[in-house]
Design a binder for this molecule. Structure first.
Ligand code: PLP
Ligand code: SF4
Length: 450
């Protein structure tokens, strides 16, 4: 008998129950109990300020517990002392030693979070679109081609990344912005013919049931009013933090069928996978999730920030990009860690980010050189550090907009004074004695209106 090859090799993956641990359940994780008491206390202090949530797949299958605390996935999902300023750490540590009430902990936590720039790049005020004179807080429309939608039910993730720039929305309702109005989304898209892409984001839209996801994207299929929407993207970490979402979860097949129908209707479907480290790509279930998604005709593109203590060396990026290309994933962005939250622990100076990018990109085939970066998603746009060079005796950063609030700014080189302490666009000063960058005045005018 002739057994088709992929059937012969078919792996059966047993269903896995999704189990998650949050803030006050740290001590319940078996493997954590084995760590030194001091380290456990440090983690408890930080988890009282910053959001913590880990599922048992990440904890058991991705972390190498023989390599604590250096293990990159441990750093990526478990709280680390260095994430808080020493003063903030001490304040919470002192409080915890007094057997405080939950209310007291929450209150101090809130105060300390408030000091950590919870909403960078004008997320709350600058990019909120309007429809018929009404603000739509669950959307962002900053770049003409792409509308971002934050479904209300997708404002958390299967596990939380310790460096997350969306961290503020995971604690307390007051800091959240989201939307549950599918109808508004569809009307907004219909009214914006300049938009070609819908980007479903979060948190993680893949925490939603397929039925819910379908409410948002299914109406785009064969809809004349939405013919201009050519691409549906889903930003997600589920591919590596809960690959069962695409394989054995109850509605996994239904989800893949939805991708397939979108593709068959002529839409490009792109899973924007958030992938920080090659160690996330080592399990058979991950490979199976990739295989199943790709079989629907959807593409997978990968993006991640460059992070101290996790992936701040070229070797890890080379290994990750090579593995991505091998599995048919497309490297897309290397980001600079944003100016928010526990950045003090994760930030990498721009000059070093550029060196790591350059070193890594030189060592991969052209198929992996689709990764752009290092890119800062700042107020005026996505700014890439393109190089470091010397012009007329002055050492400078060469920069360009990959995306900009005004599309006319895109792809015009501009220059900043070389500065080894610069970590973000705000730290940079124009080179050659200029007062301002070419885009600065226009940007300041827009920002002050909001
Ligand atoms: C990154 C980003 C996008 C998408 O940009 P691409 O370069 O098309 O991937 C859209 N909107 C916002 C606000 C973004 O930050
Ligand atoms: S998956 Fe993305 S949104 Fe979710 S915690 Fe990680 S970085 Fe944040």
């Amino acid at each position: 008998m002739n057994i088709p090859q992929d059937l012969a090799q078919l792996q059966i993956f047993p269903k896995r129950r999704f189990q998650v641990y949050q803030q006050r359940q740290l001590h319940k994780i078996e493997l954590v109990k084995r760590l030194p008491q001091e380290l456990q206390f440090d983690m408890k202090v930080v988890a009282s300020v910053l959001p913590f949530r880990v599922n048992e797949y990440v904890a058991n299958d991705l972390i190498n517990w023989d390599n604590i605390p250096q293990d990159p996935i441990f750093q990526l999902s478990f709280p680390q002392r260095g994430m808080l300023a020493p003063e903030a750490f001490e304040r919470m540590a002192e409080l915890l030693k007094t057997e405080p009430t939950a209310e007291q902990v929450f209150q101090l936590g809130g105060e300390l979070r408030g000091e950590m720039n919870p909403h960078p790049a004008g997320q709350m005020s600058l990019n909120v679109p309007e429809l018929d004179g009404e603000k739509l807080p669950g959307m962002q429309h900053k770049y003409a081609e792409t509308v971002l939608f934050f479904p209300a039910q997708g404002q958390y993730c299967h596990s939380y990344c310790t460096f997350c720039f969306r961290w503020a929305q995971f604690v307390g309702k007051s800091m959240r912005f989201n939307s549950n109005d599918a109808d508004t989304l569809h009307r907004y898209l219909a009214a914006h013919p300049e938009a070609s892409d819908l980007l479903m984001t979060g948190g993680d839209p893949m925490v939603m049931r397929t039925k819910k996801i379908a409410e948002y994207v299914e109406p785009l299929i064969d809809s004349e009013a939405h013919e201009h929407i050519k691409t549906v993207r889903f930003g997600t970490k589920a591919l590596t933090f809960w690959p069962y979402r695409f394989v054995t979860d109850d509605d996994a097949d239904e989800l893949l069928d939805l991708f397939r129908r979108l593709v068959q209707s002529g839409k490009h479907v792109s899973i924007m996978a958030h992938l920080n480290h090659w160690q996330e790509m080592e399990t058979p279930i991950f490979e199976e999730a990739v295989r199943r998604i790709r079989a629907t005709g959807a593409n997978i593109r990968c993006q991640a920030p460059l992070l101290a203590n996790i992936n701040d060396n070229a070797d890890d990026w080379v290994k990750m990009w090579q593995k991505q290309v091998q599995l048919g994933l497309i490297p897309y962005y290397m980001f600079v860690e944003r100016d928010t939250g526990p950045k003090r622990y994760f930030e990498v100076p721009l000059y070093k980010a550029y060196e790591i990018y350059r070193d890594a990109i030189q060592r991969v085939s052209g198929l992996a050189r689709t990764a752009r970066g290092p890119s800062m998603s700042a107020g005026p746009g996505k700014v890439e550090v393109q190089g470091i060079t010397e012009i007329n005796g002055e050492k400078v950063f060469v920069l360009r907009f990959i995306q900009a609030r005004n599309s006319d700014w895109v792809q015009r080189p501009f220059f900043a004074q070389y500065d080894e302490s610069a970590h973000w666009l705000d730290d940079l000063k124009p080179a050659f004695g200029e007062e301002k960058f070419f885009w600065q005045e226009e940007y300041e005018a827009v920002s002050s209106e909001a």
